[in-house]
Structures are given as structure tokens and as C-alpha cells.
Design a protein around this ligand. Structure first.
Ligand code: ISE
Length: 313
């Protein structure tokens, strides 16, 4: 993920990727070589370096919160990959550090908000009256390792939670989770969300074997919208027609990652955060927390209300 950000940022006029940090020295050198940057094995020193205007955090999930706090405490802008933290308490610490810094500094990598297909849905629903239901289907490429439910939620389903909050403009009030196990502990997850305004959400997750495939559909008072698949040629060959789907998020969200980088930089230059915020990260983390509790309890679980501090919600 770090290499994706380096490549996209280095292609923007006037942006210099100055230092790349990785605890593995050869990986740091290798990635730094993509953009003639310096290499470091000390990410905290880089986050605290006052000569750097802005920091991208694409390290392992459980380091996101402390690295973000280190950068925010010295007033640096941050683009942090999702999740904001690996638990609600740490996500709250990040928001508290940002509030103490006195202004929004953190953008969270919920890149679907920049995906042309998702943006077309957001525009189309504007004409169709109140939103009644969002369905987000996340078919992930089969991972090499077996992820426990907590990681499936914090790495994958958290995107769908953000999609629903962003498109619907309302918060989750409760969630009910059903998990299907097979050869792997988590094969299939379904989450039913009740939203504060009475609308509903279903999120479906599968560790698919055939490719990386994301669908979103929104049912409104006067109509329904589904996201188009990215345009691909239909190749007719040996008696069949084929259309490439892709097998990871880099392919599916290429445009989204580029647009995210460009918007983040434009925000940094203007001294503001334009994309998804730390509050979005915390809100999504709270939904994930309740959904995991529901998987364990077998009950519908309430989602804690949105964080409110100094007028920011
Ligand atoms: C992965 O970690 C990601 O970051 C992708 O955005 C997500 O769609 C995928 O499910 C995760 O495994």
C-alpha cells in the first residue's frame, strides 16, 4: 500500500516524497528508490521530523494510532490508511490528539469515496428521494492467510461501513452479524445495520476465489441505483466472452487512489482536510466493534453514538 501511495504522490506536480520508513531496511531502501527519497527504519522519527509537511501512514494496522498521534502532535497533516486504529479506545486517542492540535489534520484512507463508480451513485441518488436501503457486497480476493473475524472487519468490512455512512449521511444505531465458517473460520459475513433515521444497510463479505469484486446498490423512495463495474473490454475467444474483473483492490481502485492522493495534497496546500476524517474513522470503528460483539453474542448490538467534541461530530 505504501508503494501505491509513493507512486501516486510522486507523480503530482510539486510534491517531493522526501523520506520512506520501513522497519525492514531493505524494504525502506527499495521503496525509497521509487522516488529518490531517503530511507529510514525509524517511522516515529520520520513522523516527528519538523522538516516534513505531511506524512502518509501505511504501516501495519496496530501502529496507525500511535504514528498518527506522533505526527499530529507536531501539527503535521496525515493521510492514514484505514483503519484509524485497531480498537475504539485508540481511535478516540487519535481524535483527542487532533482536537488538542486545534485543527483537523487527519485524512483517512477510505478511498472508495473517490471511486468514479461510487461517485456516480452518490450523484444519482440525489434525484431519488430519501434513502431506504444500502447494500454493499465485498468479495475479497482469497488471502494467503486465514484472517480472524476481527481482521476481516477492521481491514475489509470497515470500507462498506464507511460507504453506507457516506452515501446515507446518517449513523448506524445497531447491527446484527451472522458469520458462516467453512474450511476457513470466516468464509462469509452478513451484517444487517439499522440506521438512526430508520433506513437499513446490508453488508455482505465473502473471501472469494474468483477475483476482487465490489458492488453497491442504493434503494431510495423513488428509485434504485447500482454502481457500474469499471469499463473493461469484452473479449470473445474460444466460444466464450470474457470480461476482466481483477483480483485485487489496486486494480479495482486505481483511479480512486490517484484521486485520493491529489485531493489530499490539494487539502494540505490549502491547510485543510477535504476527504474522510478521523471522526469517520472512529465512527466506523465503533460500528465494527458492535458488529464483532454481535457475532459473538448472536444478538443485535447497539452502536455507541457519534463522538462529539468542541463542536466537531
Ligand atoms: C485489504 O486489506 C484492503 O485494504 C482492501 O481495500 C479491502 O477491500 C480488502 O478486503 C482488504 O483485505
Amino acid at each position: 500500500m505504501g508503494r501505491e501511495h509513493i507512486t501516486n504522490l510522486a507523480a503530482i506536480d510539486g510534491v517531493e516524497v522526501a523520506v520512506v520508513a520501513d522497519v525492514v531496511a531493505t524494504a525502506a531502501l527499495d521503496a525509497a528508490g521509487l522516488c529518490n527519497a531517503a530511507a529510514s527504519t525509524d517511522a516515529f522519527a520520520v513522523a516527528r521530523d519538523p522538516s516534513l509537511d505531511a506524512i502518509v501512514i501505511a504501516s501495519p494496522d496496530d501502529t496507525h494510532a500511535n504514528l498518527t498521534i506522533a505526527a499530529v502532535e507536531r501539527g503535521a497533516f496525515v493521510l492514514c490508511e484505514k483503519p484509524l486504529a485497531s480498537n475504539v479506545a485508540d481511535a478516540e486517542r487519535v481524535v483527542a490528539a487532533e482536537v488538542a492540535a486545534g485543527r483537523p489534520l487527519v485524512q483517512l484512507g477510505f478511498m472508495r469515496q473517490y471511486d468514479p463508480a461510487h461517485l456516480q451513485v452518490a450523484t444519482a441518488i440525489g434525484e431519488l428521494g430519501a434513502i431506504r436501503h444500502v447494500r454493499s457486497a465485498h468479495r475479497n480476493t482469497n488471502h494467503q492467510w486465514e484472517r480472524p473475524l476481527e481482521l476481516v472487519f477492521s481491514q475489509s468490512l470497515i470500507h462498506d461501513v464507511h460507504t453506507a455512512r457516506w452515501l446515507m449521511g446518517t449513523e448506524f444505531s445497531s447491527v446484527t452479524t451472522q458469520v458462516v465458517s467453512g474450511p476457513r473460520p470466516v468464509e462469509h459475513v452478513v451484517v444487517l445495520g439499522a440506521m438512526a433515521d430508520g433506513s437499513t444497510v446490508t453488508i455482505e463479505f465473502v473471501e472469494a476465489t474468483y477475483g476482487y469484486d465490489i458492488d453497491v446498490e442504493v434503494t431510495c423512495e423513488h428509485g434504485m441505483v447500482t454502481a457500474p463495474q469499471p469499463a473493461q473490454p469484452v473479449v470473445r475467444f474460444e466460444g466464450a466472452g470474457h470480461q476482466h474483473i481483477g483480483d485485487d483492490w489496486f486494480g479495482r481502485f486505481t483511479e480512486a487512489y490517484r484521486a485520493e492522493a491529489a485531493d489530499w495534497i490539494a487539502g494540505v496546500r490549502a491547510g485543510e482536510v477535504r476527504g474522510p476524517t478521523s471522526i469517520d474513522g472512529l465512527a466506523a470503528q465503533r460500528v465494527v466493534d458492535a458488529a464483532i460483539r454481535s457475532a459473538v453474542s448472536g444478538q443485535r448490538e447497539a452502536v455507541s453514538p457519534p463522538f462529539v467534541t468542541s463542536g466537531r461530530t
